[in-house]
Design a protein around this ligand. Structure first.
Ligand SMILES: Nc1ncnc2c1ncn2[C@@H]1O[C@H](COP(=O)(O)OP(=O)(O)OP(=O)(O)O)[C@@H](O)[C@H]1O
Length: 651
């Protein structure tokens, strides 16, 4: 019989598949979590040598006062502790020690803040996530069926075509976004689901709806753990198990009713008609005016729990899991032995040779297969393109701005281009605008977009969805169409309205230069955006860098007269190379430039080569300039990628 496995691939029903359907028990022993300083020294113990277990099909609330260690415990169990946090101890699933990659593959983790690409629709988002997360052998038809079923289950079927919206726009409500985040984690059918404060920011009704969904998911056999802040009585009662944390220690594990009874046995009686959740948290919380006494009280409760029946019950579950795991391993080994068929073969010349042959189907046959890298790249490019096309700030406004600027520039220089001395000045003015307009605007626009996406990138990268190089490559590719269309529009208007050199070849060569200029500028923006944590910091370095590039781009100072200590700038300045290439296109081979005033005292350039000489430009350098810009483009992107990779490693 065929079943849909946890990662979407159809596999024959076998023991593992059945186990997955049933869900898994997670247990932990001697678990400690430490925060470290930048030089890797332990600075704080966040979780102090705790143990516990949660059986499959259970909805669990991790509760405690603020700073008690709820998130630290949950992220440690999920193998998703942030960098700089060290976890010691055993985390077991079905009694087996598990690896981070196992946890990444078989568990879902819903973060407290929702991060989405707001311009995508609910369906597009789930499709993206499903294709990123599911086995590559899963058919698109199966994915669609799964998404539609999921949307029905979480009550978002009628919103499937709606754009998610960014934090500023209210397209999906807060509750709907939470449910979408929940569906995103459910899409890969995880065995264990971790949720960090899923009800925060929701009204009582939406919180109730979400918890009802969690309960339904747990009832299907999944293990669901969530940290929660001050749940209402009805939400508290929905949890089948609660884990109370105080000062990094476990104060209780069991049902809500058992917790209230245990606290009563320790002399803390919950008043009638009082929300038990509030009572339990308040009993363990540190009172601001009496910190020492309340800390001692919490420690006393934690100590009492260690020797309580509830604690022993938990230890029993862990022991049982270990036992089952060991016997499972023995059974598996015996299975292997029976499936080995030893074949004796008689060699013609020699004695008996024996060989053994594997006849059974291994688990590996049905091992999860990640989507191909090119599928991931395609999905990322597609998402990037949707962002670019649908984000009016990025696309429409920029094109409109470009059109307005092009018309403005054209009006200013209209009729000024003539083959005389004033005409030379006007041409160089237009070229200056062609270069700078296609440098600074795209560069600063890029500077703002990458930091905005950084939290989403870091989260998805840490969840194992894709690597930094795929993300960076996709980002670059999805920008390219805009970076070709925009300069073409700008040059087309300015070039013909102003009346630059009247030849198709000169126009085409100018367009090539401006396209390269804009792409190098964007690459430079990507590098600065990836190198610095914030836009203001990146600007602080970029602005002086731009000034140096601009001052040394040609029109302001003759390059040969540059002081020796800034001579090197010409080797990195694409503005200079862009200006040189455009100037060559306009003046190479031009003769008979007239002098308005017949005064031998006044300088007069009658030939294009003299114009080029004036700026120290070389008529043979056009393709050198283009090559230089192409190299700059690659170098800036390589540096940008290296910075992004570095941030992905340490953040
Ligand atoms: N990386 C870290 N470095 C230093 N201290 C940390 C680090 N992470 C957490 N802490 C501290 O450890 C304690 C527990 O943090 P944790 O986030 O687990 O608490 P919490 O119970 O989830 O709190 P809250 O409900 O307020 O989010 C807090 O005092 C917190 O300041």
């Amino acid at each position: 019989m065929m079943v849909l496995t946890s990662r979407g691939f159809l596999a024959p029903r076998n023991e593992d598949a059945t186990q997955c359907e049933k869900g898994v028990t997670i247990s932990w022993r001697d678990l400690s979590v430490y925060a470290t300083t930048k030089d890797n020294r332990i600075c704080k113990q966040l979780i102090n040598n705790v143990r516990g277990a949660v059986k499959s099909g259970t909805l669990v609330a991790i509760m405690g006062g603020s700073g008690a260690g709820k998130s630290s415990l949950m992220t440690a169990l999920a193998y998703r502790s942030p960098p700089g946090v060290i976890v010691h101890g055993d985390i077991l699933v079905q009694g087996h020690p598990v690896s981070p990659s196992y946890m990444r593959l078989h568990t879902g983790f819903m973060h407290q803040e929702d991060l989405f690409v707001g311009s995508m629709t609910v369906m597009e988002h789930l499709m993206f996530m499903a294709r990123m997360k599911l086995d590559r052998r899963t058919e698109l038809r199966q994915i669609r069926i799964r998404i539609n079923r999921l949307l029905q289950e979480i009550g978002l079927a009628h919103r499937s075509g709606t754009q998610i919206g960014t934090s500023g726009e209210k397209v999906l409500s807060g509750g709907e976004k939470k449910r979408l985040a929940f569906a995103t984690e459910l899409i890969s059918d995880p065995k264990i689901l971790f949720l960090d404060e899923p009800t925060t920011g929701l009204d009582a009704h939406s919180a109730g709806v979400l918890i009802a969904h969690l309960k339904a998911v747990a009832s299907q056999g999944r293990t669901v753990l969530c940290t929660i802040h001050q749940p209402s009585s009805s939400i508290f009662n929905a949890f089948q198990q609660i884990i109370l944390i105080a000062e990094g220690r476990i104060a209780f594990i069991g049902t809500g009713v058992q917790a209230v009874q245990f606290f009563a046995s320790e002399g803390h009686h919950c008043p009638p008609a009082y929300n038990p959740a509030d009572f339990l948290i308040a009993t363990l919380a540190t009172a601001p005016r009496d910190e020492d006494a309340s800390r001692r009280n919490a420690q006393r409760i934690c100590d009492a729990f260690l020797v309580s029946d509830a604690s022993k019950e938990n230890d029993l579950i862990t022991q049982l899991e270990l036992h089952i795991s060991n016997s499972y391993n023995v059974r598996k080994f015996l299975n292997v032995l029976t499936k080995l068929s030893f074949t004796l073969r008689l060699s013609s010349n020699f004695i008996f040779l024996y060989s053994f042959q594997w006849t059974g189907e291994t688990e590996e046959t049905y091992k999860f297969k990640e989507p191909w890298w090119w599928t991931k790249l395609y999905l990322l490019i597609n998402r990037g393109t949707i962002q670019v096309i649908r984000d009016p700030n990025v696309q429409l406004l920029r094109i409109l701005l470009k059109l307005c600027l092009a018309i403005l520039v054209s009006l200013c220089f209209f009729g000024a281009i003539k083959l005389d001395q004033l005409g030379i000045q006007a041409v160089q003015g237009v070229l200056f605008i062609l270069v700078t307009e296609n440098t600074f605007l795209p560069m600063y626009a890029t500077l703002a977009t990458l930091p905005q996406e950084m939290p989403l990138f870091l989260r998805e990268h840490r969840a194992g969805l894709y690597t930094p190089h795929l993300y960076y490559l996709a980002r670059v590719i999805s920008l390219i169409p805009g970076l070709i269309i925009e300069p073409i529009i700008f040059v087309m208007i300015v070039y013909w309205v102003v009346g630059l050199r009247n030849s198709i070849e000169a126009f085409a060569l100018s367009v090539i230069v401006v396209i390269f200029t804009m792409n190098v500028s964007t690459a430079c923006g990507c590098f600065f955006a990836a190198a610095f944590d914030s836009v203001p910091l990146a600007m602080a370095y970029l602005v002086p860098f731009d000034y140096i590039l601009m001052v040394t781009m040609g029109p302001f100072i003759k390059l040969g007269t540059l002081p020796a200590y800034v001579q090197w700038v010409k080797y990195i300045s694409w503005l200079l190379h862009s200006t040189e290439a455009l100037t060559i296109v306009q003046w190479d081979g031009v003769h008979n430039i007239s002098c308005e005033v017949e005064d031998p005292e006044l300088p007069c350039m009658t030939d294009g080569s003299e114009v080029l000489d004036r700026y120290d430009f070389d008529a043979d350098n056009y393709w050198t300039d283009i090559s230089f810009m192409a190299v700059s483009y690659v170098v800036f992107h390589c540096m940008g990628y290296a910075c992004l990779w570095n941030r992905a490693r340490y953040k």
